[in-house]
Ligand binder design. Sequence first.
Ligand code: PEP
Length: 256
Amino acid sequence: MNKKYRKALIAGNWKMNMLPSEVKPFVDALKLELPKQKSCDVAICAPFVVMPALMKATGGSRIGLGAQDVSAHDKGAYTGEVSVSQLKDIGTKYVIIGHSERRQYHGESDELVNAKALKVLEAGMTPIICVGESLDQRERGLTLAHIEYQVKAALYGMSEEMIRRCVIAYEPIWAIGTGKTATAEQAEEICGHVRAVIRKISTARTARSTTILYGGSMNAGNAAELLSKDDIDGGLIGGASLKSADFAKIIAATAQ
Ligand code: PEP
């Protein structure tokens, strides 16, 4: 992390876990375990139906409310979708866009990721845009080209100011939920590459100030090493965000 230029962020991705009734006991425990020193921003991205309970339980705390997806449409006849204005209205700060599970199971394209990110920015919220290569792409030496394409496509049409308000999460698909973490060197290489791509399509200042996260089996044991790397400004945490003590330890690791 380079805190001189960027704000560190630890964001939990609860995926399709946690009942509304389970939120308060979880958050009460997390609040007790959170370090006093505020060395990073903290967010939890919950399923839509769980978000009101999370908002209530986290009220007045440093934990920001996050969603895991949003519609690219403003309002109207889109059954099952949730709009940016609906998310904004309940106090949402962060929205995960283009998670590999949405790209894989719901066919989300790079164009759709870009459209959703623009909507989130217009509404004054922070998109956490996910990019990452598959194992096959890594083995065929396509990682750098794939990441460059995904970053360029996601940030298409954005001004410098808009890019700076985005968070990019580098999440190698082979490391998500598998227990296989990228080594700190692998993660740093690609997070640095994301920054270089931003420098290419925008300015050095924008690249320096954009927050870039690593995600993929980050946990209480490996967080400190990953977060010691200059271009890794925090983490997007799946499994370990469901255990309050582990999540609090990852947050504490940003104090190094
Ligand atoms: C994720 O889904 O964004 C993620 C990083 O999951 P996990 O930490 O469980 O690998």
